[in-house]
Design a protein around this ligand. Structure first.
Ligand code: AFP
Length: 334
């Protein structure tokens, strides 16, 4: 099969579906180029003096890794000058980032988790970059945090880069999910998987089982049934994977199905969960739904949630449709 580049894919997609105007194409290509730079830095590891802690904390109160900060700066610098953005927001920054006055402003707003899976960085386990694209509200003057608080269903594009044995860029603009592999010799993103689709059933689940004594009953019931395998109500055996980097668990699920769960639990009853809605759960939920899967917070579709805070957390159950619907139904039972 003749392979095409990300640029050719975007140009042909615009011709076919008229859903990638020039400014959005520029945005996606700039983000993809920044992810190439991040991949290069990540790949250097200790040789690039980029491992270890930065001795600073982010808004979540989490100690930042040097690569967290470097990846954030790479994305900010890559996206400031193009004239396609009005503002940006990042897991690593407390407030939104306005485009400097010396540059023109655009109609899009970009949110990202510059490096997801930080706890994996220093032990050479796969990590990634997650991004979400929304439109600036009509007639917006100077962007505020409020302008970012749009439901995930309003996203015009979403995707991630994954820095593993291959470096890949997975993208949706609302017409399915496509995957590009980085050709390191040419420095180009090459389309290697079209229209990724998630099987509606699965025999593989992902959850951090060390938290099981803190789970609420619907999760405990669901997991116990999986563990019972052929001897229990599910009548089949299940396998478990937990990579501790959402990007990597989601990438596996996009390729072979599965269900990923990060539930709220009794450790902190007023905390909705660990993952963030705006730049982790929303972009991943758009990708999962575009690939035929489902994504809820246990009670409702994640893409329907009306955000109240930029860094708000959410419980996540996403992946193979029939499994997500089952565990969600357990939460909704009286
Ligand atoms: P870090 O970026 O702090 O490593 O967290 C990664 C993450 O947000 C998500 O990518 C993982 O699925 C999840 O947290 C892992 O959480 P646990 O370390 O509690 O298993």
């Amino acid at each position: 099969m003749k392979r095409i580049s990300l640029t050719q894919y975007l140009v042909e997609e615009q011709r076919l579906n008229n859903n990638i105007p020039a400014e959005l194409r520029l945005l996606i290509e700039v983000v993809a180029r920044a992810c190439k730079t991040i991949s290069h830095a990540v790949g250097k590891g200790a040789l690039g003096e980029v491992l270890g802690s930065a001795e600073t904390e982010n808004i979540q109160g989490e100690v930042q890794k040097k690569l967290d900060i470097l990846s954030n700066e790479i994305l900010l610098e890559a996206n400031e000058w193009g004239g396609h953005l009005a503002a940006m927001a990042s897991e690593e920054m407390e407030s939104i980032h306005l485009i400097p006055n010396r540059y023109p402003k655009g109609e899009y707003m970009l949110l990202f988790d510059p490096l997801d899976g930080s706890s994996n960085i220093d032990v050479n386990v796969t990590i990634g970059t997650i991004f979400s694209v929304i439109k600036a509200p009509e007639g917006m003057a100077t962007p505020t945090e409020q302008d970012f608080l749009q439901a995930g269903s309003k996203q015009v594009a979403a995707g991630y880069a994954i820095y593993g044995p291959q470096t890949m860029f997975v993208l949706t603009t609302g017409q399915g999910v496509n995957c590009f592999t980085l050709d390191r010799e040419m420095g180009s993103w090459v389309l290697t998987q079209r229209n990724m689709t998630i099987p509606e059933d699965t025999q593989e689940y992902a959850i951090n089982a060390s938290n099981s004594r803190h789970w609420y009953p619907p999760v405990t019931r669901y997991i116990d049934e999986l563990l019972a395998g052929t001897t229990g109500p599910r009548g089949k055996n299940f396998n478990m994977r937990w990579i501790a980097a959402m990007v990597t668990d989601v990438h596996r699920i996009l390729n072979r199905g599965g269900i990923f769960m990060y539930p709220a639990d009794a450790r902190e009853p007023d905390k909705a969960g660990k993952l963030r809605l705006m730049y982790e759960a929303n972009p991943m939920s758009m990708l999962i739904e575009q690939a035929g899967g489902a994504s809820t917070n246990g009670k409702q579709r994640i893409l329907d949630i009306q955000p109240e805070k930029l860094h708000q957390r959410v419980a996540v159950f996403l992946g193979s449709k029939n499994e997500v619907e089952r565990v969600t139904s357990y939460h909704l039972e009286k």
